[in-house]
Design a protein around this ligand. Structure first.
Ligand SMILES: C[S@@+](CC[C@H](N)C(=O)[O-])C[C@H]1O[C@@H](n2cnc3c(N)ncnc32)[C@H](O)[C@@H]1O
Length: 330
């Protein structure tokens, strides 16, 4: 369980009413995730992909955190830490479970993958994101976790998949990490950094994660959707890669952060293009400026707060809400 700004209850198809992520059982969270995937499905282009980032969790004793420091403090039980685990206000108590004991791993990612397949997605890959760093965990009878997972889901059997675009990417945007990966082959183990967390969001993506997904399964000009856009990392990667982006978040605070980061990214991108163009021979210059990203969707956050990360909602109607890629986070 993570503590986000502005949690808001959602009325789910199963009749339960709770913010997403506050379900009483792993089954509830799985059901609600599958409901979201089901609702998103008509918006995904026929050759498009969904990338669903999800971590697993221990039954009942889910580490709470607003940010990494808070989690470490809550778990460390050392003098000077703010609170021990059981003293923390957000400590969750078990509602009981049919077969999972307390502190048993819930196997949430593979259970979502199986259900996504049952509702008509094609499960293309089950990717392990091996993070560069992870906080120590207190369990004395098990290993600490350093992995999260990404489900690559598609509508069709052969979605757009651009390995060469990945090979050409910078490391910052998720190109081959040559310490661990061969640029010849992209596998289902991704060794990528976590975010610095400096934008005040406890669960921000690394730019490399979003950039890699976007580059692999969309093309310039395509529309990328992130229904949980948070601090806007997906949108920034989309702008860097000359895609459009539509993002939503329940938190006004995060939408504001995303808006500011995105505006800076658009300016930075334009400056780079201008510098590149200025350093080229005159004949090439015209081509470069013609390919500069237009000021469009993804350039700023607008609309009622907690909602859209696009400056032109009508652009969404224009593309029949077909989304070529959706990235999300657990
Ligand atoms: C894991 S974070 C996403 C972080 C984002 N990818 C980034 O790089 O900053 C999940 C986000 O979902 C948002 N959220 C939670 N429940 C939501 C809901 N019902 N509708 C929209 N956003 C929600 C949270 O506010 C949080 O910012």
């Amino acid at each position: 369980m993570r503590v986000y700004e502005n949690e808001r209850s959602v009325v789910w198809a199963d009749g339960e009413s709770c913010p997403y992520g506050f379900e009483q059982t792993p089954e509830g969270f799985i059901r609600h995730t599958v409901e979201l995937l089901f609702l998103m499905k008509p918006a995904v282009a026929a050759n498009g992909s969904v990338w669903w980032n999800i971590m697993d969790t221990y039954n009942t004793r889910t580490p709470i955190r607003g940010n990494a420091r808070e989690r470490l403090d809550a778990m460390s039980e050392v003098p000077g830490s703010r609170k021990g685990w059981t003293e923390h206000g957000a400590c969750r108590h078990s509602a009981g479970h049919m077969y999972l004991d307390d502190t048993e791993l819930s196997s949430i990612p593979p259970r979502i993958a199986e259900r996504a397949s049952r509702i008509g997605y094609k499960l293309k890959s089950f990717i392990t994101w091996r993070k560069h760093a992870s906080p120590p965990e207190p369990g004395k009878s098990r290993v600490s976790r350093q992995a999260e997972y990404l489900l690559h889901l598609s509508i069709g059997r052969a979605p757009l998949f651009e390995k060469s675009a990945w090979q050409a990417l910078s490391a910052k945007l998720g190109g081959p990490n040559t310490l661990y990966e061969s640029a010849e082959k992209i596998t289902d183990v991704w060794c990528l950094p976590t975010s610095t967390g400096k934008n005040g969001h406890g669960a921000e993506f690394a730019l490399a994660l979003a950039g890699r997904c976007i580059a692999l399964t969309s093309r310039k000009g395509d529309l990328v959707l992130d229904p949980f856009v948070g601090a806007g990392t997906t949108a920034i990667a989309a702008v860097e890669l000359e895609r459009r982006c539509l993002g939503f978040d329940i938190s006004e605070k995060y939408v504001d952060v995303a808006e500011k980061r995105l505006a800076a990214a658009v300016v930075g991108r334009q400056t780079t293009l201008d510098q590149d163009a200025a350093s080229m021979p005159t004949t090439t210059r015209a081509r470069v400026s013609a390919s500069a990203p237009r000021a469009g969707a993804g350039d700023r956050v607008a609309g009622p707060k907690s909602k859209a990360l696009t400056d032109d909602i009508s652009a969404v109607d224009e593309v029949d809400t077909d989304v070529d890629l959706a990235a999300s986070a657990g």
